[in-house]
Ligand binder design. Structure first.
Ligand code: NAP
Length: 295
């Protein structure tokens, strides 16, 4: 297949390029081309804060995997989040149709559901609790509404983690290793089922094979808590994590209830099950944190 991957320099996108480039023709959309590319892909520079320049993209394409998103909009104008996360998605959808794409795989987030004390199923309503998640919910609506007869698969990732993830799991690991106090809820919320990035990549590759429209939660097998993750990490330093229990109203709104995905559809539709345990994934993050400290 000839596949365009956006966000190709990012945490998930970069790994997808490496995974798919050996067996597919990959066009890697990046804000800035890498000095020494890690994969045999054609790198195309595009700032998605600006209109999509179709002239530098292929006229024909088989698939788009849209990973690019502005996640941490802190210090940026609010409108840039709408521009990058929603308008650029719409432009890529229109381009997908014009280029004769057969499929569009869209990276979304479990954050579109908000938080709740039972596992989320894909038919649950949107309840975004911050601007980023609001724009991700709007991008999903754009994916569903765009004209064209290509298959579209929306993947709602739940805490994909590994070295370099923009989510806070590596920070919790570092704090646990260095004995820094880590605030956790008295009630043990949020419970969550994170997924190692290598598994998230495999789930995304599986979605590329799907011949239907679908929205699918992408999450791990094991339900855990911030405290349990910290204890797993602290064990690598031979100690207990320094947990400080706090009242719920001092936690981020997203952390005042659970963030657990029901993964029935992921298993049935994608025929995918995670293979990397939390113990293995946290051990990798602990090793990385220790190496960073040693330098
Ligand atoms: N990691 C998570 O915890 C998580 C959870 C749920 C959903 N997701 C979703 O998964 C997808 C991939 O995220 P990730 O974890 O790989 O995060 P990431 O490493 O921050 O990747 C996002 C990518 O988007 C690119 N991007 C941002 N603004 C851009 C712009 N103006 N023009 C062009 N590219 C731009 C970034 O490019 P630069 O490298 O140039 O900044 C980066 O490569 C996103 O859609 C995200 O919403 C991630």
């Amino acid at each position: 297949m000839r596949i365009l991957i956006t966000g190709a320099g990012g945490f998930l996108g970069g790994r997808l390029v490496q995974r798919l480039a050996p067996t597919h023709e990959v066009i890697a959309l990046v804000r800035r081309a890498p000095a020494s590319p890690r994969a045999a892909a054609r790198y195309v520079e595009q700032d998605l804060g600006r209109p999509l320049d179709r002239a530098q993209l292929p006229a024909q394409l088989d698939a788009i995997i849209h990973q690019a998103a502005l996640i941490d909009g802190a210090g940026q104008a609010d409108e840039l989040l709408f521009r990058v996360n929603v308008i650029a998605t719409w432009e890529l959808l229109r381009y997908a149709e014009a280029a004769g794409c057969a499929r569009f795989v869209h990276a979304s987030t479990g954050g579109v559901y908000g938080c709740r004390n039972r596992p989320f199923v894909e038919s649950d309503p949107f309840n975004p609790m911050d601007l980023y998640s609001l724009t991700k919910a709007q991008a999903e609506l754009a994916v569903q509404a765009a004209p064209g007869d290509f298959h579209r698969v929306v993947l709602r990732y739940f805490f994909p983690y590994g070295v370099g993830t923009p989510n806070p799991i590596p920070q919790w690991v570092r704090r646990a290793l260095s004995d820094d106090p880590l605030p956790v809820s008295r009630r043990g919320v949020p419970r969550m089922n994170p997924l190692h990035v290598d598994d998230a990549v495999e789930a995304t590759v599986a979605a590329l094979q799907l011949n239907q429209r679908a929205v699918v939660n992408i999450a791990g097998d094991e339900v855990t808590t911030i405290a349990a993750l910290a204890q797993l990490a602290a064990a690598h330093a031979g100690r207990q994590a320094n947990l400080v229990t706090v009242a719920d109203d001092t936690l981020l709104p997203y952390y005042r209830a659970d963030l657990v995905a029901d993964t029935t559809r992921m298993r049935q539709l994608l025929r995918f099950s995670p293979s990397i345990s939390l113990a293995e994934g946290i051990a990798e993050l602990a090793r990385d944190a220790n190496q960073a400290d040693a330098h």
